[in-house]
Every structure is written in C-alpha cells, then in structure tokens.
Write a protein that binds this ligand. Sequence first.
Ligand code: UTP
Length: 298
Amino acid sequence: MIKRVRKAIFPVAGLGTRLLPATKSIPKEMITVVDRPLIQYAVDEAREAGVEQLIFVTGRGKAALVDYFDVAFELEATMSSKGKNLDVLAPSRASFGEIVTVRQQQPLGLGHAVWCAREIVGDEPFAVLLPDELMLGKPNCLKQMVEAYDRVGGNVVAALEVPESETHQYGVIDPGASDGRLTEIRGMVEKPAPGTAPSNIMLPGRYILQPEVMRELDRQETGAGGEIQLTDAMARLIGRQPFNAFLFDGRRHDCGSAAGFVIANLAMALEREDIAPSVRDYLQSSLSRSDGEGDRFA
Ligand code: UTP
C-alpha cells in the first residue's frame, strides 16, 4: 500500500552567503518575490499538494520565518479598525499545529538539516522543499510529483535538464529507463567535477522520500563541500528502494543567487495583472535605450 504524503520538511537553516549582506539579519527565505516572501510560495505549493504538516528546520536568526506564519494580533486589529481587508494575510496564517519547528544548531548541510526532522517525520513518507528554488507550474511541482508518487510509490525526486556546463553546481542523476515523465534513477552524484556528470539531469530541490533515508543520514558522512549531503544518502538507497526522477512540467527560478532573484521578480511581476503594465513599460523603455546601459537613475 502506498502511504500518503502528509508531511513536508522545509530546510531553512542555511546561511545564504550568496545573498549577503541582505541575509546578514534577514533569512533568505523571507526576501520577497514581488510582494510575498519566498517561504510563502513553497508553503502554498505544499498545501496545494495536500501536505498537512509543515516542518521548518530553522537555525540562528531565522525566527522571522516562524513569526511570519503567526497571527499578527495588533496588525489585524489595527487594520480591522480602519476598515482594511484582512484577506491579504490569509495565506500567512498557519492553522493550529500546522507548523512544527526543529533547530539545526549548525549548518552542516542539507542532508543534516533533513535528518534533524527525523523524529517528527517518524515512519512515513515525506516531502522536502527547498524554498529558494521557486518552482512554477500548473499544477504546481510538488502536486505533479504527488500524483506520480500516488501511482508508483517509492522515492520520487523532481528533475530538470540543464546545460552540461552547469552540472557541477548540482545533484545529478544517472538515468535509466523512462516512462512518460518518470525516469528510473540508477545513481546520483552531488556536484560532480566538470566533465564527469553522468547526465545533464539535475535535482532542483523537491523530493518525496521514504523514511529509510533517515537511517542513511544517521551515518553523518560528509560529501561534496564537506557537508552532509542528501544526495549521498539517497544514492546509497538505490537498488534497495525504487527511485524515480520526475521531469517537472514548468519553470524554475533559482533564488539562491542575486541574478536568480531579480529574474524571478521580473517573471512573477510580468504575470501579475495589476503591476505587469508598468513593469513591462519600464523594461521596454529601459532596454530600448540606445546606449544599452538602462536607466542609471532608476
Ligand atoms: P544552499 O545550498 O542554497 O545553501 O541550501 P545556503 O546556506 O542557503 O546558501 P549559500 O550557498 O550560502 O548562499 C539549500 C537549502 O538548504 C538549506 C538552506 O536554507 C536552503 O533552503 N540548508 C542548507 C539548511 O537548512 N541547512 C544547511 O546546513 C544547509
């Protein structure tokens, strides 16, 4: 019997050094794409995919993430007294018990962050969503994956093709046979040295995993970059459990870097009816300037 995916882990304890100085005192996941923090997009994705319990793996300086999903009593009372509509706050209100937090005292790697949630996950399949990867699709990425998982079970991880020149930045799979959007995974490697990747299919940060991966993470072995890698723990399970890559139908924005964040903001702004016209006008006039340098005083 295939057990439902009811729980999702959001590893949010990373230092976000690529976005310094912004991330010196603000969690990366609280930086906004248009008018919502990144974490909101990931939480919406999980909720739409049927997830009931959101497990935040936090660290020092990440309290704003948890506060964000609280009831802001003073704000709501003040807005109400002024006749302002509170609907805008609805997605940021967690229901009682929906969010559980656990602390990763040191950022020892993504695998370690996931392992910190082992007692909360227990003996159930669970999803992992990296909030700095903004995944846009209809239905959303995790929902597409859950639909595939409900048919085949086992472990299902999102996958995307990237140019070969970029594979050294990611977890990359060794693909086997394909069936529609699912591809059997024969092996995985985290950040392969340039020119050694087994394919150009990378793992962009959405996973549905069986709880046995926690037993692999118990070993606390370090891998690429001296970090405890989730990819390495998953790789050790291949052959003992089914592993499929799910070729996600949609777009991905890597908001872990400044350029990715800017592009995500532009892409999302151009999809918003209320602000798209002014953003489009600005972009068009800026790009058409003959000096090609844009508006220095914007
Ligand atoms: P990244 O590889 O983007 O690392 O982590 P980072 O620390 O956030 O950012 P940079 O590279 O220093 O700029 C991917 C995801 O895993 C989480 C991060 O919060 C992010 O959501 N993570 C990473 C942890 O929770 N703990 C860790 O030890 C490492």
